[in-house]
Design a protein around this ligand. Structure first.
Ligand code: PRP
Length: 206
């Protein structure tokens, strides 16, 4: 399923992201804020476990999301501010990092950095700000699925209808939480109206 956020605050932050006056610091900050909104939505029905903690009155058992069984994962690099934000909200979650590039001849994606921890039985929260053609998400999901996680959910900031349909038709079992579904992809595979290249905007590589 694809879940698009509808809160007016989300729209407002997306407009700030589109605004070229938002510099890299502001851009990363807004991405982080939107990630928290997506995370709240994605975990709305998460089950709770009892955790024993030391309170001001001694030991006690209290409800919590089972953070240790969550792996927040990103494919370098534009998803880094999202990963930071999600892990600041879930401080006991585990971080996973992948890097892939497209082979210019075969057009297949090649994994060249893999610091994804053991995924078997875990919930993977895959974060990436943009779903343009959907190719990157499909590649990342395929790789993660091979590691037998319990489930995968994705958090995305902005996407094209075309790219989202590629991902959701290939992986109908995966829940996609997205802040904004834009109008279309253009011939150069950019999201329209979009916000430019999220990695470049976040890290001043324009
Ligand atoms: C961007 C973005 C997605 C991908 C989306 O990454 O972060 O991963 O493009 O495009 P797609 O849906 O057509 O695959 P990019 O490859 O620009 O790398 P970056 O994160 O280093 O900027």
């Amino acid at each position: 399923m694809i879940y698009e956020l509808t809160n007016p605050l989300t729209k407002t932050l997306i407009t700030h992201l589109r605004d070229q006056k938002s510099d890299a610091v502001r851009f990363r900050h807004i991405v982080a804020e939107l990630t928290k909104q997506l995370l709240y939505e994605a975990l709305k029905n998460a089950s709770l476990v009892k955790k024993e903690i030391l309170t001001w009155r001694g030991k006690g058992s209290f409800e919590s999301i089972d953070e240790e069984n969550i792996i927040v994962t990103t494919v370098l690099r534009a998803g880094l501010p999202m990963l930071e934000s999600a892990m600041n909200t879930l401080p006991n979650a585990v971080g996973g990092f992948l890097a892939m590039k497209r082979d210019e001849v075969t057009h297949k994606s090649v994994l060249y950095y893999d610091r994804l921890p053991e995924c078997k039985g875990k919930t993977i929260i895959l974060v990436d700000p943009m779903v343009a053609t959907g190719g990157s998400m499909v590649d990342a999901i395929e790789l993660i699925k091979n590691r037998e996680p319990l489930k995968i959910v994705t958090l995305n900031i902005i996407g094209s209808p075309e790219g989202l349909s590629v991902v959701s038709s290939k992986y109908p079992d995966i829940d996609i939480y997205i802040a904004q579904i834009d109008e279309k992809l253009n011939d150069d595979k950019f999201i329209i109206p979009g916000l430019g290249d999220a990695g470049d905007r976040a890290y001043n590589t324009l």
